[in-house]
Write a protein that binds this ligand. Structure first.
Ligand code: TYM
Length: 335
């Protein structure tokens, strides 16, 4: 049997370079070889309380992006999380054996407590449980994600193993975060902080449909430093970020050239940024066109979602029949 791949992206805005190089690029290769499930994590996005209109718009956008960027609904299963309510049922069961202490220690939860003290809802606390349900419902093993999801994967293994042990079954395998190099990717943002992130503001991210003029402006304004203090000085974190971004889209000889210039202490960041902007535009332009084209095709998107929902339900049903049986829910009392 083929190994099962599962991953999802929250519909909280447009996809950016971090989503692409951290996760999506691997969706494209994995769909060719494995039994793959790629969904739009719309339940997860409810922690931020979107309006129904905004939610619908964002889900449609991510679905269009999935297709425009190369997911093939014939090769993999593309679906909306909310079209698979069995996920919510598994989440309920897993929640019974997820403990407050371990959930409160999750880094992403602690970050939210700090950044949005007025909206620390139970959905945020149990976010890793819902994510575990997403993966375990298809008995996923390979989970292509970026570095920021590593801890959530560890929890998915914990919750799956705990269920198996509690009911003395072997329903759930151990899912692992997947990256072809085995090193999970972290794409930096443009504003000098950590990873590229929607919540760090517009200037931090380059979207996959970023218009040419704003793409150039954002890169030219990216944080750097005042130049190497002397030849051989190490790169500052902000400058390393720029080199990391070059690593995604620039040719190796271009990167070596700027590396040497930095070594010599004669680097001109303006030139580096111009080159980065040019190579980034070459990368983004075809994606932008494809996304805009797919977004205009509502009927096709509806058909894709319906087709994917049916395939996802088939896979989920098998798991949930075993899960309900293990717990002791019986459809009939007579043997
Ligand atoms: P989300 O929507 O925040 O991000 C989607 C994917 O993009 C990756 N990513 C990055 N990778 C590298 N560098 C970055 N700057 C960067 N920013 C985002 C994320 O690691 C992720 O792979 N919890 C998930 C969604 C989810 C899920 C799942 C994923 C829900 N259920 C089950 C896998 C399996 C999330 O919030 O991703």
């Amino acid at each position: 049997m083929k190994e099962i791949v599962v991953s999802g992206i929250r519909p909280t805005g447009k996809l950016h370079l971090g989503n692409y190089f951290g996760a999506f690029k691997n969706f494209l290769t994995l769909q060719e070889q494995f039994d793959s499930y790629f969904f739009i994590a719309d339940y997860h996005s409810l922690t931020t309380h979107p309006t129904p209109g905004d939610l619908r718009g964002s889900v449609k956008r991510v679905l269009a992006e999935y297709i425009a960027l190369g997911l093939d609904p014939e090769k993999c299963t593309v679906y909306l999380q909310s079209d698979l309510p069995e996920t919510a049922e598994l989440y309920l069961f897993l929640n019974m054996n997820a403990y407050l202490g371990e959930l409160e220690r999750v880094t992403s939860f602690k970050e939210k407590v700090r950044s949005q003290p007025d909206n620390i809802n139970a959905g945020l606390l149990t976010y890793p449980v819902l994510m575990a349900a997403d993966i375990l419902i298809h008995r996923g093993i390979k989970v292509p994600v970026g570095k920021d999801q590593e801890q959530h994967l560890e929890m998915a293994r914990t919750f799956g193993n705990r269920f198996n042990r509690l009911y003395n079954v072997e329903i759930f395998p151990e899912p692992q975060a997947f990256s072809p190099s085995n090193v999970l990717v972290k794409v930096p943002g443009l504003t000098g902080g950590g990873k590229m992130s929607k919540s760090a503001g517009e200037a931090d991210s380059i979207y996959l449909d970023e218009p040419a003029d704003s793409l150039k402006k954002k890169i030219m304004k990216a944080v750097s430093d005042s130049g190497p203090a002397e030849p051989g000085s190490p790169k500052s974190a902000a400058v390393q970020n720029l080199f990391d971004l070059m690593g995604l889209v620039c040719a190796p000889d271009v990167i070596s050239f700027f590396d040497e210039e930095h070594q010599k202490g004669s680097i001109r960041y303006g030139d580096l940024k111009k080159q980065l902007a040019q190579d980034m535009e070459t990368f983004v332009a075809p994606l932008r066109d494809a996304i805009n084209h797919t977004l205009a095709n509502d009927k096709q998107l509806d058909e894709i979602a319906a087709f994917g929902a049916e395939k996802a339900r088939k896979s989920a049903k098998k798991t949930m029949d075993a899960v309900r049986d293990a717990i002791g829910f019986k459809p009939k009392f007579e043997n």
